[in-house]
Design a protein around this ligand. Structure first.
Ligand code: PLP
Length: 481
């Protein structure tokens, strides 16, 4: 009896805290208590961590339940390219919901999907003319893998079922995407994976390019490795080679050396292997070009995009397929044997269309290139003398910092120290969101930081980000001159 009375009092007082908080806070949000392990019913990714509640967004800033402000220097993970609470995107979403939020794609098409597909197809390189809308990056990859497979079945080449991808790659967490992904740690608990994939070296100049090796020689060496892998597996068994145009997660931004993607394209063509480029993170303007591969003058057969497409306003991803592939299905079965309930979602497409129209109208890709350069230069100035900063690299507003224990040997930091976790915590204390990762370097853990600020950043914002990133690194990894 006494115990249940204490319990009741405790429950009432907690409820009161919550309610009083809810009505006194101008954003009417939940008390932080709800994110504590005991109270939450959300299946959190890291159940032992207590997270602040995001309650508002303003340009490049996110605001939590206590009114604390965070500069979103990673755009989540390279998602929020227009910043937060953009009025035009919000208006487009409202307008679509008022008209029709959703209608199943078995029965209807919808205007925003048609317009967005046209927008993308007109701007995509080569003949990537057909756009298949899904809800995110992993779904786009799954669609790409299945399309590659079905293409060869319809072409009467059913033995082509193998995929080749690269080590230190990330293509998503669903089982097909995980199978082609090259991150040993993410894959390990789920082996053996259903889709058979083989891996070759990534284009990782900082760790892999010889000091005297030219970009051309390095690109040729990697293309030769791919060729050997295709020959070893038998070209008649290989469906596609999958690669991120610019690597994001797991290796802290890897920019290919000039000529690498072209060399890879030639090898794929020689053996009739499809090239799938994954631009889920690096696409949609993140590198300063709407499609990252356009800068490398390479057109894949299938391209995946997601994060920047809807900029986080709605969950959306897409797969773009070449005319040749689409036509094969049209002339063959007349049907892509795939689909999701929420594909081509009208509200998601309306949000993405508004995002892309704003980016184009405001010429934000120019800003991405200029601010990206400023960001890299600023980081070089403040951090290159730091003994644990091994490399600072990137393209546009997709910037990576690779941390090492020793600059000379490039030995990764001891992964037991979980430096990336400390970096995230200290950065958040300082009001900065950056995306530190404990990736793998040849099976050994290595720590990286991903920076991907919104395309709307001003010069002043970038200076502030540089200052906060440097202060965070110097606090977690102290170093006195
Ligand atoms: N592909 C790449 C290159 C990515 O960076 C990601 C996510 O980080 C994915 C695929 C998976 O996307 P999603 O998390 O939307 O499923």
């Amino acid at each position: 009896g006494a115990l249940s009375l204490i319990y009741l009092v405790l429950e009432l007082s907690l409820k009161e805290t919550y309610i009083s908080f809810k009505y006194t806070n101008k954003h009417s949000i939940q008390n932080k208590l709800w994110t504590d392990t005991i109270m939450t019913h959300v299946f959190h990714r890291h159940p032992k961590q207590s997270l602040p509640t995001a309650v508002a967004g303003e340009g490049i800033t996110l605001i939590d339940q206590n009114g604390k402000r965070y500069i979103d220097a990673s755009g989540g993970a390279a998602v929020s390219c227009l910043g937060h609470s953009h009025p035009e995107v919000i208006a487009a979403i409202h307008q679509q919901i008022d008209a029709v939020a959703y209608a199943h794609t078995s029965f209807f098409t919808n205007e925003p999907a048609e317009q967005l597909a046209q927008f993308l197809a007109q701007r995509a390189p080569g003949d990537l003319d057909y756009v298949y809308f899904v809800s995110g990056g992993s779904e786009a990859i799954e669609a790409a893998l299945k399309l590659a497979r079905q293409y060869f079945v319809e072409k009467q080449q059913p033995s082509r079922r193998l995929f080749i991808a690269r080590r230190q790659s990330y293509h998503g967490n669903t089982l097909g995407a995980l199978a082609i992904g090259g991150n040993a740690w993410r894959r390990a608990p789920f082996l053996p994976l259903l889709t058979e994939a083989h891996h070759v070296s990534p284009c990782y100049p900082y760790r892999d390019q010889g000091a005297d090796e030219s970009d051309h020689a390095y690109a040729t060496r990697l293309a030769d490795e791919l060729e050997q892998k295709i020959l070893q597996l038998g070209p008649e068994n290989v469906a596609a080679f999958v690669a991120e145009t610019v690597v994001g997660a797991t290796a802290g931004v890897l920019v290919p050396v000039p000529g690498y993607l072209q060399a890879i394209r030639r090898v794929c063509d020689q053996y009739g292997v499809l090239l799938i480029l994954d631009e889920v993170m690096c696409g949609m303007g993140r590198t300063g070009h709407l499609f990252a591969c356009a800068e490398d003058e390479v057109t894949p057969d299938i391209l995946t995009i997601a994060k920047g497409l809807g900029a986080g306003y709605q969950p959306i991803g897409a797969m773009l397929a070449s005319r040749r592939i689409y036509q094969t299905l049209v002339d063959g079965s007349g049907f892509f044997q795939h689909g999701h309930t929420y594909m081509g979602h009208a509200t998601a497409c309306a949000a993405a269309l508004a995002v892309q129209q704003v980016i184009e109208r405001d010429q934000l890709l120019h800003n991405v290139r200029v601010r990206g350069q400023q960001l890299r230069q600023g980081l070089h100035q403040t951090l290159s003398a730091h003994p644990n900063v091994g490399d600072i690299r990137g393209r546009g507003l997709m910037v990576g910092i690779e941390l090492v224990a020793d600059k000379q040997s490039k030995t990764p930091l001891d992964h037991h120290a979980k430096t990336h976790t400390q970096l995230r915590r200290v950065a958040m204390d300082k009001g900065l969101l950056m995306y530190p990762m404990g990736g793998t370097v040849d099976g050994v853990h290595g720590d990286h930081i991903l920076l991907a600020p919104p395309f709307i950043c001003t010069a002043q914002d970038i200076d502030h980000i540089v200052e906060l990133v440097s202060a965070t690194i110097f606090e977690v990894l102290p170093f006195t001159h």
